[in-house]
Design a protein around this ligand. Structure first.
Ligand code: CP
Length: 305
């Protein structure tokens, strides 16, 4: 592949290959001197049309550890505010020498559109409600490190599934690697058609948690709600769908608790649950650097012996 647009496009073998490469990158990160010359002279541009802390920062670090040059462009401060469109901005970035464009954009399909029009490799860092492939890859990587496998695990994804590109990428990733995927949330936040992908849909959190090996809590994405979306108020949401200690007891005793961040503590997840040893939320962030190094490396070195 020239680009990394979504996990829907990757085979199980390709996903496994990225995870193996990420393991090698993690070993590099454990060294005292983390920098390797693998991508010296290459240019990675982060083009972000939506806010980000984790993804942008970890792509910057990943590029730096591989010795690539890296530049970050936040759309709010770029010529985008003067009306420059995505394609013109990306062509400008390419004219300045970008080998990789890492794009975050509010519209589904933006990364695929860009990939068709520029020679640079495009990595989707989140496109609207569609996909966030590097997030799912770092989640798979984190689970595999703890559980030793993905196949046969029961993964319960809780909350705002409708607006979540993280959920969509994780559904592809975990399903392709042989996990059993459940989703749970208010009916208005569950998109149609998930059963056709083999996903089990629940509306009662207690039922969805029963025996789960991984509990993946999503942020309520209020910024994406339309006036048509009915949603319980915050207290009611926390009462019905908040992950608290009592509910977590229904899952396996060693069930991992995950969240892509940023968290609304006390809403979708109780503060004390987020602090448990088996809540691996910060480790997800750390693993994001190794996984993004692997993605940059594999895209840049493709075709080489
Ligand atoms: N998980 C995630 O994408 O976080 P950011 O929005 O901070 O990049």
């Amino acid at each position: 592949h020239k680009d990394l647009l979504g996990l829907a496009d990757l085979s199980p073998e390709e996903i496994e290959h990225i995870l193996e490469q990420a393991e090698a990158m993690r070993e590099v990160l454990e060294r005292e001197i983390k920098k390797v010359p693998a991508l010296r002279g290459r240019v990675v541009v982060n083009l972000f049309y939506e806010p980000s802390t984790r993804t942008r920062f970890s792509f910057e670090l990943a590029a730096k550890y591989l010795s690539a040059e890296t530049v970050s462009v936040a759309a709010a401060t770029a010529s985008v505010v003067k009306g420059e469109g995505l394609l013109d901005t990306a062509r400008t970035v390419e004219a300045l020498g970008a080998d990789v464009v890492v794009l975050r954009h509010p519209s589904a399909g933006a990364a695929a559109f860009l990939a068709r029009h520029v020679k640079a490799a495009v990595i989707n860092a989140g496109d609207g409600m569609h996909e966030h492939p590097t997030q799912a890859l770092l989640d798979l990587f984190t689970v595999k490190r703890h559980k030793g496998r993905i196949k046969g695990l029961t993964v319960t994804i809780v909350g705002d599934i409708l607006h979540s590109r993280v959920a969509r990428s994780n559904i592809w990733g975990f399903s392709k690697l042989g996990a059993r995927v459940r989703v749970c949330g208010p009916a208005t936040l569950i998109p149609p058609g998930l059963e056709e992908l083999g996903v089990e849909v629940y509306y009662q959190l207690e039922e969805a948690l029963e025996g789960a090996d991984v509990v993946y809590v999503l942020r309520l994405q209020r910024e994406r709600f339309s006036e048509q979306t009915f949603l319980p108020g915050p207290e009611e949401y926390a009462r019905l769908y908040g992950l608290n200690r009592e509910r977590l007891r229904l899952a396996q005793p060693d069930a991992l608790v995950m969240h892509p961040g940023p968290m609304n503590r006390g809403l979708e997840i109780a503060a004390e649950v987020a602090e448990l040893d088996r809540a691996v939320i910060e480790e997800q962030v750390t693993n994001g650097v190794a996984v993004r190094m692997a993605c940059l490396y594999l895209l840049m070195r493709r075709g080489e012996a």
